[in-house]
Design a protein around this ligand. Structure first.
Ligand SMILES: Nc1nc2c(ncn2[C@@H]2O[C@H](COP(=O)(O)OP(=O)(O)OP(=O)(O)O)[C@@H](O)[C@H]2O)c(=O)[nH]1
Ligand SMILES: [Mg+2]
Length: 193
């Protein structure tokens, strides 16, 4: 992916700000603090385009990054942050429900999971909600630098055997993992052109 141009073209805080975009999209979803914004920055090779934080609940809106005038990379707020205020949790849930109910060209949904934990209940609850939708989902095991490669292999195997899910590791510190993910994204953009 030769990134020539990236622009934050839309920020949605409430459902009515979500629109059905014509260009294809790759969206990032996952628990709060799993590394969605960091992954977007790494993919786009920008240090702090998507704001990241060591405290959960940093991204509270849906952010659409238009890449090369060709596709959107979409940063979604995290789910499963138990300590967030209840009104905020409700607002974010309504926003997510609206996002997944607007017919958009999601060529690929990157479902980010922490390498150390695998699927947690909130991940399974999320999958349950969207599994009927018609777009490809790739499970991305984030922060893979924090686990031994043997544990990572076991995690990938478990996800495959128990859930029938294909997963790839990702770390902001690994150029190889960035290249692998980039290749998968490029392929997904071609497939549904
Ligand atoms: N070691 C390591 N830390 C990471 C990696 N990716 C993200 N982090 C750290 O994890 C924390 C959360 O990262 P974010 O990218 O803000 O997570 P997020 O999923 O966007 O979080 P919310 O917007 O709050 O839902 C930050 O402190 C990052 O520096 C990684 O690959 N390796
Ligand atoms: Mg974020």
């Amino acid at each position: 992916m030769n990134i020539r141009q990236v622009e934050l073209v839309r920020t949605a805080y409430v459902p009515k700000e979500i629109s059905s975009e014509k260009l294809p999209a790759v969206a990032c979803i996952g628990r709060s603090n799993v590394g969605k914004s960091s992954l977007i920055n790494r993919l786009l090779n920008r240090r702090n385009l998507a704001r990241t934080s060591s405290t959960p609940g940093k991204t509270l809106s849906i952010n659409y990054y238009l890449v090369n005038n060709c596709f959107y990379l979409i940063d979604l707020p995290g789910y499963g942050y138990a300590r967030a205020p209840k009104t905020e949790v409700r607002r974010v849930l309504a926003l997510m429900d609206a996002f997944f109910s607007v017919p958009a060209r999601i060529n690929l949904l990157l479902h980010l999971i922490d390498s150390r934990h695998g699927f947690m209940q909130s991940d399974l609850d999320f999958l349950q909600k969207i599994i009927h939708l018609d777009f490809p989902i790739l499970t991305v095991l984030t922060k893979s630098d924090k686990v031994k490669s043997s544990a990572l292999k076991r995690q990938i195997q478990t996800l495959k055997e128990q859930f029938g899910v294909r997963s790839v590791p990702f770390s902001v510190k690994s150029e190889a993992s960035r290249l692998e993910l980039e290749a998968i994204i490029n392929e997904s953009l071609k497939e549904r052109e």
